[in-house]
Design a protein around this ligand. Sequence first.
Ligand code: CP
Length: 304
Amino acid sequence: MPLHHVIESQQFTVPLLMELFDRARRMERVVARGGTLDYQQKVMATLFYSPSTRTRFSFEAAMYRLGGRVMSTEQARMFSSEIEGEQLEDTIRIIGGYSDVIVLRHTEQGGAKRAAAVSPVPVINAGDGNGGQHPTQALLDLYTIFRERRLEGLTIAIIGELDHGRTARSLAYLLSKFERVKIYFVSPPELRMQPDILQHLEEHGVWYAVESDLDKVIRDADVVYQTRILPGRLANSEQLRRYTIDSRVLQVMKAGAMILHPLPRTVELDKTVDSDPRALYFRQATNGLFVRMALLTMVWDEKE
Ligand code: CP
């Protein structure tokens, strides 16, 4: 099934997701035996205009495990010709001439789409702007859930700074493809999920509720998807505490629930949660390696 640029979650159909997840399972086995040399002719460029730990390192690890090579700038704003005024489009045309794929994190919403419009090689969106998308994060989130249970009939609470939450936005688009999914968007009223996502869910007949009280929904959730609320977005720390997952929340969650977080975290996910068997966020981050290996092979195998 063809996959060229990876820009937004809406691109993924259920069959394409299943193919990706099947490949990711195979990549788990490839990594267990130390990797492969199947893609040793390939060069990946990672071009990050804002900081990243998980996305950049997991893409780079993915490329090494596939046998390929990596060119990287983790601070593209400073260490590329952008500092001398070069436009993104020119940078992409140039780097596309040196590589077989560009993994781009850009500060502007729509940055990845601009890059894809001129790139001679596949562009993978590694997060664009506040309120843009982070499709590869959502893919690994969904894979983590899929490894544990069926996606149909899932009830999920997506919590945090949802107006700017690019991972939450990308995940909502993916979830909308599965039957009988229920989504609670839980946030302080001023940080609510944007209307475009809610409209998309309505158009696709997906049940959702916008909620500001975590206690009202937490008992019902099969997946608690926590995200960060950046310092300064709320007036006081008391307000932030109402959205924190901690030992009190653990007591009322379903016994078989999963706690996910794209990370990094601050205070919204208490460290005492780490030892709870429902805490899957470190496994989720590891799954990023397998899903990104799978994605790279899919963009390169597109013509097969
Ligand atoms: N989840 C995520 O995108 O993390 P990084 O910002 O560290 O890449």
